[in-house]
Design a protein around this ligand. Structure first.
Ligand code: FAD
Ligand code: DLZ
Ligand code: SF4
Length: 518
C-alpha cells in the first residue's frame, strides 16, 4: 500500500516534515475537518472559518502540485468526527504500509496520536515538528535544574543559534534587548497605515456559511473576515508589514488606541501558527529591513524577540510543564469568569473596547491581552481554567501550546512564578498612560477609591494585600508593601472595601459559552 500522510489543520506547509521525502505517486495525504476539533472548546466562529478555509485552500494547492489528497469535509456523510476515527476509515480505504505524521502541537491530540501505533495494522512514524527552531529536548536540557525559567536567557541562546542580529559573537548594537525603547504612549491621533484585507473568495464564503449554520451558538462575529487563508495572501500581509509598519512596530508596541485594532502589529500570528508562514524566514526579512536602513534596531530586535524568543520559549515551556500547567492554581483563584468577557457589557471602557475587537476580529493585540484582559483576570482572582477556556475560544491564533503558557503562567501567575519573575499587576495608571481609553470611560483613573474610581485601583491593592505572604518576598515587587503600610489603616480599608464592593457587582458568566455540555 501507499504512505498515508495526515496533515492537521495547523500543519499547512509544503515543507512540513511529513511530506518531505515522500513520492507523489506513492503517497496519500489525508486532511480532516472533524467535529471533535471544532468543538473541544467552542471556538470563535472566525477561528473555525479560518482553519477550514486555509485547509481547503491548502488541499487545492497540493492537488495542483500533483499530490493525491483525501479531504474529509465536516458535513461528509460518513465523517467519524475525530482524528483517530477518520484515520481508521482511511486505513480501511487505502490500506497504507506506513502512516507518517508530524507530532501534534497540542497535548490533547498528541495523547491520541501516541495510541496510533497500537491501533493500526501498519507502521506509524511520528516526526518532530521542525518548523520550530528549538527542538524540545534542547529546551528541556536548558530548563533542567533551573527553578526559574527566564525568556531573556533562552532568547540569547536562540540569537546565537540562529545568528540573527549577530555579528560573529557580538550582538548587534551592544544590547541584547531594546524593550526599554519600546514603550512609547500613543500620540494624539496615532493611527497606522491600512493593512491589506483579504476578501473572502468562494471557498471562504462556503466555509462561512457552514460555520454560520453549524456553529451558530459559538462566540464572535463573522461579518469582518479579513484573514489571509493561503500562503500567497500571508506573504502579501508580511510584505505590507515590512514595507509600512515595522518601522513604528517597536516604539508603539505597548500603545493602545480605542478603535485602532491593529496599530503597528504584524497581524501575522494566525498565518504563522497555521504554517502558512515560516518563523525563521520572517525574522530574516526583519533583519534585512534593519540592514537596509528601513527600520530601526529597536523595532527589528523587538519583532525577532517575539518570534525566536517568546514564541519558541512558550512552546518549550508548554511541553516542559504539561500536563500540570493546565491545572496549576498557585494563587488559589476561585472566582468564576465575569459575564462581560462574553458580552462586552461593562462600563470599563478599556475592557469594553478590547472585548469588542475580540468579538469583531477574533484578535486583540498583545498589550490588550496582557495588561487589560489579563490584568483584570489576575487582579479579580478569576479561576485559571475559566480564563484559559476564554483565551482559547476567542482568538483566531489560539492553540493550547501558545495560549496556555501566556494565560496560566504569564498573566495569572498560576504556575507560581516559573515563567514570569513577578505578576504583571497594574493599576489604572498604567492603562491611562499607555492608551486613550480613560478619556472615554465612566470611571476616573486618578480616583483611587469610592464611587467613580477606576476599578483597577482598588483591585490592585486588594490583590497585593491578599497575596502579601507570597509576594513580599519577591525582589521585584516586595518594595510595594512599604507604600501600602505607609497609607494607614483607614485608607487601606477604603481600598479593600471599594474592591470588595466592585467584585460583588460582577455577574458570573453562564456556562455553555466555552464548552459544550454534551
Ligand atoms: P506581533 O505583535 O506583530 O508579534 C509578532 C509575532 O510574535 C506574533 O505573530 C507571534 O507569533 C509572536 N509573539 C508575540 N508575543 C508572543 C507571546 N507572548 N507568545 C508567543 N508568541 C508571541 N499568541 C498566539 O499566537 N496565540 C495565542 O493563543 C496567544 N494567546 C495569548 C494570550 C495572552 C494572555 C497573551 C498575553 C498573549 C497571547 N499571545 C498569543 C501572544 C500575542 O498576544 C499574539 O501572538 C499577538 O498579539 C499576535 O498578533 P501579531 O501577529 O500582530 O503580533
Ligand atoms: C483548531 C482546529 C479546528 C477548529 N478544527 C480542525 C479540524 O477540523 N481539523 C484539523 O485538522 N484541525 C483542526 N483544528 C486545528 C487542530 O486543533 C490542531 O491542528 C491540533 O490541535 C494541533 O494539535
Ligand atoms: Fe480602564 Fe480604569 Fe481607564 Fe476606565 S478609567 S478605561 S476602567 S483604566
Amino acid at each position: 500500500g501507499p504512505v498515508l500522510v495526515p496533515i492537521l489543520g495547523d500543519q499547512l506547509s509544503r515543507q512540513i516534515a511529513s511530506i518531505r521525502g515522500c513520492a507523489k505517486d506513492d503517497t496519500i495525504i489525508l486532511m480532516m475537518e472533524v467535529w471533535d476539533e471544532a468543538t473541544y472548546v467552542k471556538h470563535h466562529k472566525q477561528k473555525i472559518a479560518l482553519i477550514f478555509s486555509a485547509m481547503r485552500h491548502f488541499a487545492d494547492e497540493l492537488r495542483e502540485a500533483g499530490w493525491t489528497v483525501d479531504y474529509v469535509k465536516l458535513d461528509d456523510k460518513d465523517n467519524a468526527g475525530s482524528f483517530t476515527g477518520e484515520l481508521a476509515r482511511a486505513v480501511e480505504d487505502h490500506a497504507p504500509r506506513l502512516i507518517r505524521v508530524v507530532e501534534a502541537g497540542e497535548w490533547r491530540v498528541r495523547q491520541d496520536m501516541e495510541q496510533w501505533p497500537d491501533k493500526f495494522p501498519c507502521d506509524v512514524q511520528i516526526l518532530r515538528d521542525d518548523r520550530f527552531i528549538c527542538p524540545q529536548p534542547e529546551f528541556d536540557e536548558w530548563a533542567e535544574g533551573r527553578t526559574e525559567l527566564r525568556m531573556e536567557f533562552f532568547y540569547r541562546e536562540m540569537r546565537r543559534k540562529t545568528g540573527l542580529l549577530m555579528d560573529g559573537n557580538r550582538h548587534e548594537g551592544g544590547e541584547w534587548n531594546y524593550d526599554s525603547e519600546n514603550r512609547q504612549p500613543p500620540k494624539e491621533g496615532l493611527a497606522a497605515p491600512e493593512r491589506p484585507k483579504f476578501e473572502p473568495d468562494q471557498i471562504t464564503q462556503q466555509v462561512i456559511e457552514l460555520v454560520e449554520d453549524r456553529f451558530r451558538d459559538h462566540f464572535g462575529s463573522l461579518e469582518k473576515f479579513e484573514w489571509p487563508v493561503t500562503r500567497e495572501e500571508a506573504e502579501d500581509a508580511a510584505d505590507a508589514f515590512f514595507a509600512e509598519r515595522i518601522e513604528c512596530f517597536g516604539p508603539y508596541q505597548d500603545a493602545m488606541v480605542a478603535g485602532e485594532d491593529d496599530l503597528f502589529h504584524s497581524m501575522l500570528s494566525t498565518s504563522l501558527n497555521l504554517g502558512l508562514l515560516d518563523p525563521l524566514d520572517l525574522c530574516h526579512r526583519a533583519e534585512q529591513a534593519y540592514r537596509d536602513g528601513k527600520a530601526p534596531l529597536n523595532s527589528v530586535e523587538g519583532f525577532i524577540r517575539q518570534i525566536i524568543g517568546w514564541r519558541e520559549y512558550v512552546r518549550g515551556f508548554y511541553w516542559n510543564q504539561m500536563p500540570h500547567l493546565q491545572t496549576a492554581n498557585e494563587l488559589n483563584a476561585q472566582r468564576g469568569l465575569p459575564e462581560f468577557y462574553w458580552t462586552g457589557e461593562t462600563d470599563m471602557a478599556c475592557l469594553a473596547d478590547c472585548i469588542r475587537s475580540t468579538r469583531d476580529n477574533a484578535h486583540a493585540h498583545h498589550i490588550q491581552r496582557l495588561m487589560v484582559l489579563g490584568n483584570f483576570a489576575l487582579l479579580a482572582g478569576i479561576i485559571p481554567r475559566d480564563v484559559q477556556d476564554w483565551f482559547l475560544v476567542v482568538y483566531a491564533d489560539a492553540y493550547e501550546w501558545v495560549e496556555l503558557p501566556n494565560v496560566s503562567a504569564m498573566i495569572l501567575y498560576a504556575d507560581g512564578g516559573k515563567l514570569a519573575s513577578k505578576p504583571y499587576a497594574a493599576s489604572g495608571n498604567y492603562i491611562n498612560k499607555m492608551s486613550n481609553y480613560c478619556a472615554g470611560c465612566a470611571y476616573s483613573p486618578t480616583k483611587k477609591t469610592g464611587d467613580g474610581a477606576c476599578p483597577f485601583n482598588p483591585l490592585y491593592w486588594h490583590f497585593m494585600h491578599r497575596h502579601r505572604d507570597r509576594l513580599e518576598k519577591n525582589r521585584r515587587i516586595g518594595r510595594i508593601y512599604a507604600n501600602w503600610d505607609r497609607m494607614g489603616s483607614e485608607k487601606q480599608r477604603d481600598y479593600l472595601r471599594s474592591a470588595d464592593r466592585f467584585l460583588d457587582t460582577l455577574t458570573q458568566a453562564r456556562s455553555g459559552w466555552a464548552r459544550r455540555k454534551d
